[in-house]
Design a protein around this ligand. Structure first.
Ligand code: PLP
Length: 413
């Protein structure tokens, strides 16, 4: 078939071969996996790194004098170094390993905000956020008497910038904002937003769950204070993720959880906490998951974030053009800048019914509210169907989606 020039870059098109799960039939059709925003597939290198660790090196980290424990610790801490390099952290102290974005945001809400927020203070978010970047702030506001305030979005799914900037006052003690909307694909103009927040001293947390798999992220260049992301969205294992934070802020924060590994000394009278980042890593971590995440970073860097961003940009516009040609299809989310995600409705077919028909034809899309109920409320919908791209998708996947949508249209005619 004819593919646009930029989509046949040998590097990217051969990447598909690295992902074993993509090479199967589902319901008698080749799998067109268009649900990477929920959880991306894993390349052989990640699967192998985890299996190798489980087979040969498994032991607890930081604790043992024996060889396997040393090996496990080296692999685990090696992954931390890779993650530092991946987002350009200035030191390992800034790289807190978590179970994912959700835990990272809860950590900041409870450890950074809870001790200082008071009635009259505000936490600012936007209507675009995933529940993980709403509920932790709601909880801490309830606990402290602070108010949660929300900047609106327009009919395209762009944040209304003037309104967001207007809400930034000295009462705001935290801005929590997504890098890329998981429901609509909107890429927020973070540089401008963060600069405005910082100019009046508002700390900024970026929910980067949908940012890091698709574009180069440099936390120093962004200028935010915290950046959270999840391994399973970036071709790594589930249950492993990151909170990057500025060292001075992390230093000033009390531990989030108590337990083993986050201490230097414990007596019944007093506990001396461990240094950063271990102060925030109580208990046995997800060792294999973090090792797999390190392998995912290697993989992404070997393909090249610039290549990935370019490939996905081309593929996204190919997908949008094709979707527009389907009669009765309505795009939900038409922001100025989008990355890798497109929500839509087909006539008045319920998204779950549509998703089921697509699955019968081997096409995997996500349906429902995408853990972003306020976004759905903003558009007056119970949910949408959402196709989301990863570096391994190609125009054949999109064509298969379009054919399946045409069939669905006939089924529900
Ligand atoms: N934020 C965004 C934008 C997401 O898309 C997701 C997952 O869908 C999350 C946060 C939560 O990620 P996790 O469940 O890995 O903690």
């Amino acid at each position: 078939m004819n593919q646009p020039e930029a989509l046949v870059s040998t590097d990217i098109s051969s990447c598909r071969d690295d992902f074993p799960a993509l090479h199967q039939e589902v319901n008698g059709h080749p799998l067109a996996f268009l649900d990477s925003a929920a959880s991306a597939q894993q390349p052989n290198t990640v699967i192998d790194a985890v299996a190798r660790y489980q087979r040969h090196d498994h032991a607890n980290v930081h604790r043992g004098v024996h060889t396997l424990s040393h090996r496990a610790t080296e692999l685990y801490e090696g992954a931390r170094d890779k993650l530092c390099n991946f987002v350009n952290a200035t030191s390992r102290a800034e790289m807190v390993l978590t179970s994912g974005t959700t835990e990272a945001i809860n950590l900041v809400a409870q450890s950074f905000c809870r001790p200082t927020l008071k009635p009259g203070d505000q936490v600012l978010i936007t209507w675009l956020e995933h529940h993980s970047n709403i509920v932790p702030w709601q909880l801490v506001c309830e606990q402290t008497g602070a108010d949660l305030i929300v900047a609106p979005i327009d009919d395209n799914g762009d944040i209304v910038l003037s309104e967001l900037l207007g809400l930034m006052t000295t009462r705001v003690k935290m801005l929590g904002i997504g890098h890329v909307s998981n429901a609509l694909g909107t890429v927020n103009p973070l540089h401008e937003i963060i600069a405005a927040a910082k100019s009046i001293g508002i700390p900024v947390l970026v929910d980067g769950a949908q940012g890091v798999p698709h574009m180069q992220v440099d936390v120093q260049e962004l200028g935010c204070d915290f950046y959270a992301f999840s391994g399973h969205k970036m071709f790594g294992p589930t249950g492993a993720g990151v909170l990057w934070g500025r060292e001075a802020l992390l230093e000033s924060m009390p531990p989030y959880k108590g337990g083993g590994d986050m201490i230097l000394e414990v007596s019944f009278e007093n506990t001396v906490f461990n240094e950063l980042p271990y102060k925030f890593e109580a208990g046995t971590p997800n060792i294999s998951g973090i090792i797999g995440l390190g392998a995912a970073v290697d993989y992404l860097q070997s393909v090249g974030m610039q290549n990935i961003a370019e490939h996905e940009k081309n593929l996204h516009s190919y997908m949008v053009d094709k979707l527009k040609s389907v009669s009765g299809l309505r795009l939900i989310g038409t922001a100025r800048k989008q990355a890798s995600v497109q929500s839509f409705m087909l006539n008045d077919i319920h998204p779950h019914d549509l998703g089921t028909i697509l699955d019968h034809q081997g096409v995997a899309v996500r349906t429902g509210h995408h853990c972003a109920m306020p976004v759905m409320q903003r558009f007056g919908l119970p949910g949408t169907a959402r196709a989301s791209l990863g570096l391994y998708n190609n125009t054949d996947d999109i064509d298969q989606l379009i054919d399946a949508l045409e069939k669905a249209r006939q089924v529900f005619a």
